[in-house]
Design a protein around this ligand. Sequence first.
Ligand code: NAD
Length: 424
Amino acid sequence: MSKVIVSTLYDSDVFKMACRQFDKAADAISLPEAIRDRTKYPRRCLAVALPVKRDDGSVTVFEGYRVQHNLSTGPAKGGIRFHQSVTIGEVAALAMWMSWKCSLAGLPYGGAKGGVVVDPNQLSPTELEHLSRRYMQEMVNFLGPQVDVPAPDVGTNEKIMGWMMDTYSNHVGHISPAIVTGKPISLGGSQGRREATGAGIAYFVKKYLEDLKIPVGKATVAVQGFGNVGSETALALQNYGAKIIAISDYTGGIYNPKGIDIKKALAYVQYARVLKDFSGGEPITNEQLLELKCTVLAPCALERVITEKNAGKLKCRILAEGANGPTTNGADKILDQREEIELIPDIMCNSGGVVVSYFEWLQNLQNYYWSRDEVMEKLYVILDRTKDAVEYQKRKFKFNRRLAALTLGIGRVAEAKAARGLFP
Ligand code: NAD
């Protein structure tokens, strides 16, 4: 009989939420007890103290984590988050979702995530560089191109990946671009990686609009979060012909029923850093944005924004989960009853990012680089395959779409673990 781990290490709402998703999926596919707990819980983690010399000469110690959930199906893969509300429990939940996501997309990866408890907006560029390099320095023996390959997430970007790659390369004594993905092109980054997550979300949205027989030119879109994922999603959907009626970041939102010029908003954010006071529409709150009447709602910021409180008030046809874990378990139950809303679950919806990260890693290992057209073409092949598999699973077992995606992702990891034996 399998003994359940009683772990307080990762205790948090978001970790419990990922665990409940797992339990539901494991029950749905009758996952044998003997394999459950080791498929569910993270394999290992590392917590580090990161002293950083500040510009005023003082030293601040930041806390950082890396959680490797699954290493049975390939090197672990997952982003690094710099945010003030990071906890090890949140990082563990995000690592679990990376495992199911990579497995669902058929990538030869496990799942991991990293994080540092810091508001990167409060650091100078020099302090940010020192923190990023120190994080990688502390992680050198825990990561590796065949062990665990980080990427950007909330609060991190290409530049930070470049510093991390350089730090690792200096340590091992030769350039090692495959240690991280999402790097600048000049350091071995892939064409198309920056926009991949948003492009993938927009591609799925376009496909589901087609299924619903809604012309993309008639679709209205509200996007929460205007960082890498949110802005690229908005831009790609606008390029497809959709009208973006609302966007937001942590400072609040902008609403314009006539449509927002996303290129202008991007240019504004590049200079002002935040959307606040952007003149392209009326100000609204993030809460109001989620409840707007629109064809597509894309939460692309943080977890747990769609809750029992607002799930009944959503007025969209498609809920495209660009963020990881934007919908609580309670909200899921409500949305399950609302058949008029097509939910594209996070591990499927935002998988374009890790797919192109995989392409970047492959290009680095081969030292052979692809054009943007090749990258995007190969990306869409994988996204189509994922959608077909999820829709088939959904129909076959009469699951909702999240359960279909989770059971596929989890089932494949469990199968590989069972085939390998007890160690991995
Ligand atoms: P980012 O740091 O580039 O952008 C985050 C955005 O969210 C910013 O505009 C920020 O202002 C906004 N935001 C933060 N707190 C908010 C709040 N409380 N309300 C509204 N907006 C808020 O991060 P990102 O890389 O775009 O990641 C966004 C989400 O997408 C995360 O859930 C991340 O895990 C997920 N994701 C990212 C990638 C990737 O390739 N970067 C891939 C898959 C999934």
